[in-house]
Write a protein that binds this ligand. Sequence first.
Ligand code: DX5
Ligand code: ZN
Length: 222
Amino acid sequence: MKQVKIAPSILAADFARLGEEAQAVEQAGADRLHLDIMDGRFVPNISFGPVVVRALRQVTRLPLEAHLMIAEPERYLTEFAQAGAGTIIVHQEASLHLERTLSQIKALGLRAGAALNPATPLVLLEEVLAELDLLLIMTVNPGFGGQKFITSMLSKIERARALLAKDSLSCELEVDGGINAQTASRAAAAGAEVLVAGTAVFKHPGGIPAALRAILPAGGRF
Ligand code: DX5
Ligand code: ZN
């Protein structure tokens, strides 16, 4: 048995009621808020920036994790730290000097995460694995909510879990994209311990508490 956590992605929330949506997932028992930052360059879509992170920091006690889908993420670390992010996740594909970027995140007093697109092999993070607080395996190509979970990523999740276990690393293993009641249990069985979910949380016809119960049955004990 292991405890799996859920990180609702506010990309799928009603942006006209963002504060209420954040409070609703907090009350329903979410573990943290996942904030998808998109710049229209690293990914085709544009979402929001530090101003919105700062506003959310005022209305919830949940830890905030900023998933930076932006080119040259090292240029914006201080801004997201000052806005109230507790974890910053950068993409391996976007950060040429990744080891330095991770050190800079930690020097700001934050948790450092690295993300991999579906097509990027795990080996590209192997040399910095011991520096990571969080490893994010993308199970869709980043840029949009509401996409279909790429099933072949289950084997990548299993291999990531094995790599972390081999060196007894405490780095969290998180997955992001297309997580719903069905794919959540498969991702958890493959070794994921934090599940990001946007559409399945905020667009659930039964409301947010029902959504979290559907994604994490038995309180997340898989
Ligand atoms: C994709 C984002 C995801 C996305 C998840 O670019 O990184 O966090 O919002 O949304 P769903 O759960 O709808 O796939
Ligand atoms: Zn994300």
